[in-house]
Design a protein around this ligand. Structure first.
Ligand SMILES: Cc1cc2nc3c(=O)[nH]c(=O)nc-3n(C[C@H](O)[C@H](O)[C@H](O)COP(=O)(O)OP(=O)(O)OC[C@H]3O[C@@H](n4cnc5c(N)ncnc54)[C@H](O)[C@@H]3O)c2cc1C
Ligand code: FES
Length: 244
């Protein structure tokens, strides 16, 4: 983990509220594991914002960011050549398991799985959203062996239904699952994985202040007791997470 200055290489919109930020930061690009995140100082804000490293290639990392509040709105305005202060890589990463991998990303949660898809090479990667206009995986340059699929609540693209329904119909014994998305999605998926005795890993989100395990602001409940999303996670074994 290091604190460094990253140079903005590109900042491009992917959908109405999602943009892709490419940053030059050789040390982080070389050392990051799929699922790890950086803590980024948005100019003008004191608290850093956490973002998963969605891709790493050569000297650059890519972040996929959803405009959420004031910080991500300000970040949308940065330009090529600007510099940003970042801390990372932080947290743990996904641990690839034996057997075919099924990656399930709900909305912006898919950003936590894209580097895993690239590193696995061969896997099925399903992104879920409310409708076709929210989906952006096709804009990324993932390896051809990654089978990209979609699930939409309104049936406007791919499977008609949410990712838990998708998993109910498509999960097979021998597979393992990596997922990130809204809590109800992960809770539903957890029940299904436990019922079918299929292993999985979830990347969690929490509000973070320090990102380093010092403030205790990102506590989550697990079967082993309280854990810190920034330090013990963000990736946890699927069966270990206790949803409220
Ligand atoms: C490990 C991790 C990885 C993440 N990866 C991504 C990603 O790849 N792409 C992406 O778009 N978003 C990601 N997020 C969520 C992202 O950090 C928040 O959307 C962002 O911090 C919101 O900042 P804001 O100033 O726009 O919103 P505001 O609501 O104005 O933020 C106010 C404060 O709340 C915190 N906050 C608000 N929402 C969240 C949230 N969901 N999670 C954590 N902190 C929050 C902010 O850090 C800030 O301190 C990730 C969060 C975590 C914990
Ligand atoms: S953000 Fe401070 S302990 Fe996790």
């Amino acid at each position: 983990m290091m604190e460094t200055r990253a140079v903005v290489l590109a900042n491009v919109p992917l959908t109405e509220d999602i943009y892709k930020l490419k940053l030059q930061t050789p040390e982080i690009a070389a050392g990051v594991q799929a699922g790890q995140f950086i803590h980024l100082q948005v100019p003008g804000f004191s608290l850093r914002r956490p973002f998963t490293v969605a891709d790493a290639e050569g000297e650059a990392i890519t972040l996929i960011i959803r405009r959420q509040g004031r910080g991500t709105k300000a970040l949308e305005q940065v330009n090529k050549g600007d510099t940003l202060q970042i801390l990372g890589p932080l947290g743990n990463g996904f641990r690839p398991m034996p057997g075919p991998a099924l990656l399930l990303g709900g909305g912006i949660g898919a950003a936590a799985l894209t580097l895993l898809a690239r590193r696995l090479g061969r896997c099925t990667f399903v992104m879920g959203g409310r409708s076709a206009g929210e989906l952006w995986l096709d804009h990324l340059d993932l390896p051809p062996a990654v089978d990209i699929q979609y699930a939409t609540d309104d049936g406007s693209k791919g499977f008609a239904g949410n990712l838990v329904l998708y998993a109910e119909e498509n999960l097979q014994q021998g597979m393992w699952v990596a997922a990130c998305g809204p809590e109800p999605m992960l809770a539903g998926l957890q029940s299904l994985l436990l019922q079918r005795d299929i292993p999985g890993q979830f990347a969690l989100e929490a509000r973070m202040a320090c990102g380093l395990g010092a403030c205790m602001g990102c506590t989550c409940m697990t079967t082993k007791g309280n854990a810190l999303v920034c330090k013990d996670g963000p990736v946890f074994a699927a069966g270990e997470v206790v949803f409220p």
